[in-house]
Design a binder for this molecule. Structure first.
Ligand code: HEC
Length: 187
């Protein structure tokens, strides 16, 4: 029952977010300086952990498999726990390979040559975004810079909270309560 009440409360907040519509003067809930700063810290931690690229001495290799859009045609997904500013949380790194039509074999032979982007979910502290399981979302290019949406806003933070039709959050909402498609092992 406690869970049910919590779920109802979450639903209520989500509806408010959607009807709130326009983000107002504070801008969108992603791509702000605090988001991009945090994304830079996350990238450094990923580098230290061997999760950022596909080359280098300490790199952790995933097992590439055939993917679907929007993430890419071949993917690998890695699960870890990371610590940023004293907070430890689940980290999921998805390496997205292209271009269209690339095969798993081609990616295995030359991962660096086919790496197109890294999409990342990191579980932040309680209160960061309770309605959406406190995930921090980011999309990096292979050099560690952030990819941008068509409006030129960098993709880091709560992408796109309050918009039921666009962005990481809207799509991942259909993956269930944990917002994860590939696993039920992280809460
Ligand atoms: C249109 C739907 C859609 C959008 C938009 C989307 N994703 Fe995903 N995402 C998926 C699907 C489907 C999977 C499972 C793919 C697979 O088989 O690996 C996935 C998997 C992932 C995973 C692996 C963890 C998991 O859920 O299994 C991460 C990390 C991820 N996405 C991050 C992002 C980020 C960051 C964004 C925004 C920049 C984003 N996604 C936008 C559909 C989407």
């Amino acid at each position: 029952m406690k869970n049910l009440i919590a779920t109802l409360a979450i639903g209520g907040v989500a509806v408010l977010g959607v009807t709130g519509g326009v983000y107002g003067q504070s801008g969108p809930p992603f791509g702000q300086a605090e988001d991009t700063d945090y994304a830079a810290k996350l990238w450094s931690v990923m580098e230290e952990m061997g999760l950022a690229g596909v080359t280098g001495e300490n790199v952790i290799r995933g097992f590439p498999y055939e993917g679907i859009e929007p993430h890419g045609f071949v993917l690998d997904t890695l699960y870890a726990t990371a610590t940023i500013d004293g907070h430890s949380g689940a980290l999921v790194v998805k390496r997205n390979y292209g271009p269209e039509g690339v095969s798993v074999e081609e990616v295995q032979a030359d991962a660096a040559g086919h790496l197109a982007a890294l999409t990342v979910m990191f579980k932040r502290e309680d209160g960061y975004d309770d309605e959406n399981r406190n995930w921090f979302w980011a999309k990096y290019l292979p050099d560690g810079s952030l990819d941008k949406n068509p409006a030129g806003v960098e993709l880091a933070g709560r992408v796109v909270k309050g918009n039921a039709e666009a962005g990481c959050i809207a799509c991942h909402a259909s993956a269930g309560d944990d917002m994860l498609y590939t696993t039920d092992h992280i809460q």
